[in-house]
Design a protein around this ligand. Structure first.
Ligand SMILES: [Zn+2]
Length: 360
């Protein structure tokens, strides 16, 4: 069976059973549009070469998906994946290799420690962030220099090391309760160091704004609709073939991705199965979808009480693709910063790749 296109979303929603359809519409609004243009004859052959045919660009289907509760929005147009970009080419593996011997290759002499020392895992250890964006912020440095050489054990270890660090921070500074795990891979993602590493931060007083936005949306949804937000978010994706469950972990190809190919992994707590799912999602990206630069982040309820207002909030990972490291163009422009995300990938393709990887 052919994989659906995101531009078919209005029709797909229309054919859902009534209960699924009303759940979907409770969560999302879909606005379909067509962009039209008239190319001069001088452009015809270039358009055909670049985009396949004239008709493809003369009538472009655009689908906007809005999450009514978080007010996240994505504008989908797959044609954008075929537009010309300024690519410097370059041999990425050679570039990665050329940076060996960096400070992260010499952790104990090249990076600062925290006041309580370092947390050491099997294949990763923490360093204190040398120029901090938060009072408690650490780098989880992998033994492996190459950030794309991922293993299930390595990903599991990185997340557990970050967790142990956060627990230690909370122990020495009890008001620090709001843990965030992050991972930037290669420069497109904002990473300043090539060597494989993740990051962790623990906030005081309140959780980070984007986490709060999701928590407040879920709380409002529960109050207004008398049903669980994350449950419905999953079911809405599953009804369309965009989500599945594997070993207690819910895997979603997000309908309002922040950037390309955003995947959500949701579990009731930070289980070994969830950590395994993070590895499987990342390896789907890097081994199946050609992703080289990605961001990942974990939302987690407070490490300690009080947890009022957090009932039913799961642990979830967001993983997304940041594009070809050879591109000079940023994937984030004024639209993303001030309005909504512009997306060229098809969530149905992402779901198909994830489903296959998880079923192996
Ligand atoms: Zn290194």
């Amino acid at each position: 069976m052919a994989v659906p296109r995101i531009t078919d979303l209005p029709q797909l929603v229309g054919t859902l059973p009534p209960e699924d359809r009303s759940r979907f519409r409770r969560l999302f609004e879909v606005v379909a549009g067509t962009g039209t243009l008239v190319p001069p004859p001088e452009m015809h052959s270039w358009i055909e070469g670049q985009f396949g045919s004239l008709e493809t660009v003369e009538q472009q289907k655009i689908v906007r998906v809005v999450n009514r509760w978080t007010l996240e929005e994505a504008l989908f147009n797959e044609l954008r994946s075929r537009r010309p970009l300024d690519n410097t080419g370059g041999d990425l593996e050679a570039e990665i290799e050329a940076t060996t011997g960096d400070p992260f290759c010499n952790l104990d002499t090249g990076t600062p420690a925290d006041v309580f020392g370092r947390i050491r895992g099997r294949s990763s250890a923490t360093a204190s962030n040398v120029a901090k964006y938060e009072a408690w912020s650490a780098v989880i440095v992998f033994d492996e220099h190459n950030p794309l050489r991922l293993t299930e054990a390595g990903v599991d270890d990185a997340i557990r090391t970050a967790w142990a660090w956060a627990a230690r921070v909370h122990q020495v500074d009890p008001p620090a309760r709001f843990f965030l795990f992050m991972w930037n891979c290669l420069w497109r993602s904002g990473s300043s160091i090539v060597h494989g590493h993740a990051q962790a931060a623990v906030a005081r007083r309140r959780h980070y704004a984007h986490v709060e936005r999701w928590r407040l949306a879920a709380a409002a949804y529960r109050r207004r609709c008398r049903t669980a937000y994350f449950e419905d978010l999953f079911e809405a994706h599953r009804a369309l073939g965009l989500a599945f469950e594997d070993r207690g972990v819910r895997v979603l190809a997000h309908l309002t991705p922040l950037k390309e190919r955003e995947t959500l992994l949701i579990a009731p707590s930070l289980t070994p199965e969830l950590r395994r799912a993070v590895y499987l999602a990342l390896s789907t990206f890097t081994e199946r979808l050609g992703v080289r630069s990605f961001n990942a982040g974990m939302y987690h309820p407070p490490l300690a009480a009080p947890r009022a207002g957090w009932k039913g909030f799961p642990v979830l990972f967001r993983v997304l693709d940041r594009g070809d490291p050879g591109n000079r163009n940023s994937d984030i422009g004024a639209m993303e910063l001030f309005a909504a995300s512009v997306i060229a990938s098809n969530p149905f393709d992402v779901a198909a790749a994830l489903r296959q990887r998880f079923s192996e």
